[in-house]
Design a protein around this ligand. Structure first.
Ligand code: GAL
Length: 444
């Protein structure tokens, strides 16, 4: 594979996030985030992993950026910790928080790396959660304020912005399934969070447009091809319901299509509980790019025991197809199809693959990690990006997830996605073979 085939304006990037990398949760006036509190509950994170020290990126960002540079990436995606920047959640910024992100941005620019800033990557300040978090309509005011502070502070140098990271992820895992912070399990809470996150997407876009000259504004969505296990009508209907929640729920209102209402069965069930979707024009915004993040496709079947959705996954192991260490199916052509399908919505100016990657059981042996499966994963998915480009899909970037092994949410430190290995006891970094593979690719 040749780098040149992607075109010379292509963003080859690597992505991280504040809650997963920064650590230093008590430093310099930062307040607690919902994740700092959530991890203290017993039994929610594998092997009891905590949000600190993570990769200690707060203190080691210069070294980590040197790695980004040395491996040849031209773009770097990171997120802003809301509780580091605005410890009260609202009000005035924390000078140390401003300083940290200013330094990080300046360091990127000095190295010739384009910063891509994500405003919200799942780490709400805990004090805003006490007032209802994403379930409260106040979140939209808080989020506009946070966005404005970021835009004004960093917008002179940061041009590439991402409003939300995967709203489907934090609303469903955090408010309905209880697996992520804030650990709630309520259909009503989930639907409120969905509603407010969809508004935040539009509000975030408009606020950035107003305050940042020449901004390139996007937001990210997770996407997964959903296939019925058999061609029985009930499995096909189950797949359509999962598709609605995982793929359609957030992008359709953003594109001005409203909430998907064509699955009458599901909508009727929601209406029975007086929880019909509430669409407003504020959810719509003309993004400069749509960030798509794909890790796996899903195969699903009808399952009457699962409330509301009446569907469950048929795992890759049961189907004997390749999978990662997290049990996620590896299927590059399904990646191709789902990206193509989003493109076919129309009205999307550009797509960037803002995350893609895989976790495997890496073995550190004599200072080396021969992670051939990860190399293969990247190579196969990049090939599909090239094919999509040839078919006319405008894809202007690809960000590998992730730079260093980091705090992988409910999986704690047990799931490693990095192209650089981290020894979490010593913080020693070791570039994996996949990192060297990227270096060779990007050196052209
Ligand atoms: C995404 C998320 C990332 C990362 C990745 C791998 O959904 O945005 O933060 O954890 O999954 O699980």
């Amino acid at each position: 594979m040749m780098k040149a085939a992607f075109g010379n304006r292509f963003h080859f990037g690597v992505a991280i996030s504040a809650a997963q990398n920064e650590g230093a949760i008590l430093d310099d006036g930062r307040s607690a985030s919902i994740w700092d509190n959530f991890v203290r509950r017993g039994g929610v994170i594998r092997k009891g992993g905590k949000t600190s020290p993570a990769c200690d990126f707060y203190h080691r960002y210069k070294d980590d950026l040197l790695l980004v540079k040395a491996l040849g990436f031209n773009s770097f995606r990171f997120s802003i910790s809301w509780s580091r920047l605005l410890p009260d959640g609202t009000g005035k910024p924390n000078p140390a928080g401003l300083q940290f992100y200013n330094d990080l941005i300046d360091e990127c620019l000095q190295l010739g790396i384009t910063p891509f800033v994500t405003l919200y990557h799942w780490d709400l300040p805990a004090n805003l959660q006490r007032e209802g978090g994403w379930e409260s309509p106040l979140i939209n005011r808080w989020f506009r304020h946070f966005t404005k502070i970021c835009a004004r502070a960093f917008g002179d140098r940061v041009k590439h912005w991402i409003v939300l990271n995967e709203p489907a992820g934090f609303t469903s895992l955090g408010y309905m399934l209880g697996k992520h912070a804030p650990g709630k399990r309520s259909l009503e809470g989930f639907l409120k969070a969905v509603h407010h996150a969809a508004i935040a997407q539009g509000d975030g876009g408009r606020t950035l447009r107003q305050h940042v000259d020449k901004a390139v504004i996007g937001t990210t969505f997770s996407c997964s091809e959903i296939r019925p296990h058999t061609d029985k009508t009930e499995d096909i209907a189950a797949a359509a319901r999962i598709d609605l929640f995982m793929n359609r729920l957030f992008i359709e209102p953003l594109l001005g299509k409203g909430f998907p209402e064509d699955d009458r069965g599901l909508v009727q069930k929601l209406n029975k509980q007086n929880l019909s979707w509430k669409y407003t024009d504020r959810m719509q915004f003309d993004m400069d790019f749509i960030g798509l993040q794909n890790y796996f496709p899903l195969t699903v079947k009808h399952n009457a025991f699962i409330p509301l959705i009446n569907a469950s996954e048929v795992k890759p192991a049961a189907r004997k197809v390749p999978q990662t260490a997290m049990g996620w199916e590896i299927n590059p052509s399904a990646f191709h199809r789902i990206i193509k399908r989003f493109w076919k919505y129309g009205g999307i100016k550009e797509i960037m693959i803002t995350e893609n990657g895989a976790c495997f059981k890496d073995q550190l042996s004599q200072g080396r990690i021969a992670d051939n499966e990860r190399i293969r994963y990247f190579e196969d998915h990049l090939q599909e990006v090239l094919k999509l480009k040839k078919e006319g899909v405008r894809i202007s970037g690809y960000f590998a997830w992730t730079l260093t092994d980091n705090f992988e949410w409910a999986e704690g430190y047990e799931a490693r996605f990095g192209i650089v290995h981290v020894d979490f006891k010593t913080q020693l970094r070791t570039v994996k073979d996949s990192g060297y593979w990227w270096r060779d690719l990007l050196a052209g």
